[in-house]
Design a protein around this ligand. Structure first.
Ligand code: MG
Length: 242
């Protein structure tokens, strides 16, 4: 290579370097947090249930929950005592929750009657919790469905008695002057498997009729007391995303 070609080569390299610099972004630097895996709360998480007490939860009637706290750091629904909700209201969140379908009464219950529960975001948008291990039901109401809106992409259910996990990214809908400005979205992992991939929430996850939005502000996260084989929960935490 002669000298002229060599300088042209160096010049082209430095131009490319300058051009690549134009698309580098150095700020803001993401906050450093401590994290380990999907199940252990990272350092910036809010712990909603650590197995000790219901201090972050109330009933619909704003009373202390009457569900059971077990010696292994889990809680178990007492069917008939009502759903429970967080004292705090939330917008967009990343939520981790572990749940275990009960094993008593499997011979008597099937379909929607096996450990039916749900985790509701802003009290309106339900990710269905159900024992969906060898338990057929309408598919937009099986475990991991956005209830009556989106069928899960896969059935990653474990058998009753085994602990399972949901990791849910909920983007809250936005309202302006009582009308919807931006819809909400769900992304859900069930036992580490992607089962809802950024699906647009169509409105309140109602059991009857078509979903529609009605304006609201931040609201609690709710765990449903539904029916009929009691379900247990443990290790519930979230990270605020707004
Ligand atoms: Mg339910």
């Amino acid at each position: 290579m002669n000298l002229k070609l060599f300088f042209l080569f160096i010049l082209s390299l430095s131009i490319a370097h300058c051009q690549s610099k134009q698309t580098e972004i150095w700020e803001p630097v993401p906050e450093i947090i401590e994290s380990t895996d999907f199940s252990t709360a990272p350092s910036d998480a809010i712990i909603l249930f650590d197995g000790t007490d219901f201090s972050n939860w109330v009933t619909w009637g704003n009373k202390p929950p009457q569900w059971i706290i077990n010696n292994d750091g889990s809680m178990t629904v007492v069917n008939g005592e009502g759903s429970i909700q967080t004292k705090e209201s939330f917008g967009s969140v990343q939520l981790h929750i572990e749940w275990k379908a009960g094993t008593e009464g499997l011979d008597k219950h099937n379909n929607q009657s096996r450990s039916n529960s749900g985790v509701f975001f802003q009290k309106n948008y339900e990710i269905q919790i159900l024992d969906s291990y060898q338990n057929p039901t309408y598919v937009n109401g099986q475990a991991g469905s956005v209830y009556k809106q989106y069928i899960p992409l896969k059935n990653a259910s474990k058998k009753p008695g085994d602990w399972q996990s949901y990791d849910i990214i909920f983007t809250a809908p936005e309202f302006k002057n009582k009308t919807l400005e931006n819809p909400g979205y769900f992304t859900v992992f069930h036992n580490g498997v992607l089962i809802q991939n950024h699906v647009e929430i169509k409105g309140t996850t109602t059991n009857v009729g078509q979903p529609k939005y009605s304006a609201h502000s931040n609201a609690p996260i709710m765990l449903q007391d539904h029916c009929c084989i009691p379900i247990s929960f443990r290790n519930i935490w979230l990270r605020k995303l707004d």
